[in-house]
Design a protein around this ligand. Structure first.
Ligand code: TIU
Length: 222
């Protein structure tokens, strides 16, 4: 049993064998200039800045023998899994499926859809392509985690208030004990990140826990 005494709003306990590290959407579309995130008018530097921290936690988690799940927000090439309502919103000159500087926006297999090289999945890790903001909608992730006996999920990735928070809330409703790594997540909006961390831990951990990356890595067996 690992205990993170410094977690908010109180200590978080988990067994590595029953846990998974879930890294949400650290793909070029959101983190690099020229992708979907920038097409929506955002400055991606805030997201780029967390890559070394996410990498440190990922390497420590792998070294401890922990299970890893990577997600990508990705649609099929024919956009049959992209609701027209989702496609209509955003930047009218560069919609999901349109050709951008890194290939078709948010389409599976395109250069922009790849996870950034520093965080690339390795053999044996689960990679989930998800059509929604949440990692559990239309992906089969819950069934895979159930079959592996996973009860605890540690989240990192982008963006805090969109795909990370949605995924964490979906997981919470499915009974997982969830922790979000505070400096392993980022938003294009600093105030949205701060509000999300606060709303997760409020009311006695109504959605889950948060902790700093250093507290998590210090708790992992090396
Ligand atoms: N726009 C934004 O903040 N996020 C997304 O569209 N997707 C994810 O958060 N991955």
């Amino acid at each position: 049993m690992i205990e993170l005494a410094a977690a908010q709003p109180f200590a978080y306990r988990f067994e590595l064998a029953h846990s998974a590290l879930v890294i949400i959407d650290m793909q070029r579309d959101f983190v690099e200039p020229g992708g979907f995130g920038e097409s929506l008018g955002n400055d991606v530097t805030r997201l780029q800045a967390i890559v070394p921290t996410v990498q440190r936690v990922l390497h420590a988690w792998r070294a401890a023998g922990g299970r890893v799940v990577h997600t990508r927000e990705a649609h099929r090439a024919d956009l049959s899994d992209c609701p027209p309502a989702k496609r209509r919103r955003g930047n009218p000159t560069l919609r999901i499926g349109d050709a951008g500087p890194m290939g078709r926006i948010l389409v599976a297999g395109e250069p922009g859809n790849q996870i950034v090289p520093a965080l690339a999945p390795i053999d044996g890790e689960i990679v989930i392509d998800k059509p929604g903001k949440g990692a559990f909608y239309a992906t089969g992730l819950h069934e895979r985690l159930q079959s592996l006996g996973v009860t605890h999920l540690v989240f990192m990735g982008v963006t805090t208030e969109v795909c990370v928070q949605t995924s964490m809330r979906e997981a919470n409703d499915r009974g997982y004990e969830c922790l979000l790594v505070e400096d392993g997540t980022a938003s294009y909006f600093a105030e949205f990140k701060a509000a999300t961390l606060a709303m997760i831990t409020a009311q006695g951990a109504i959605v889950g826990w948060t902790a700093r990356a250093a507290a998590l890595t210090a708790g992992l067996p090396s």
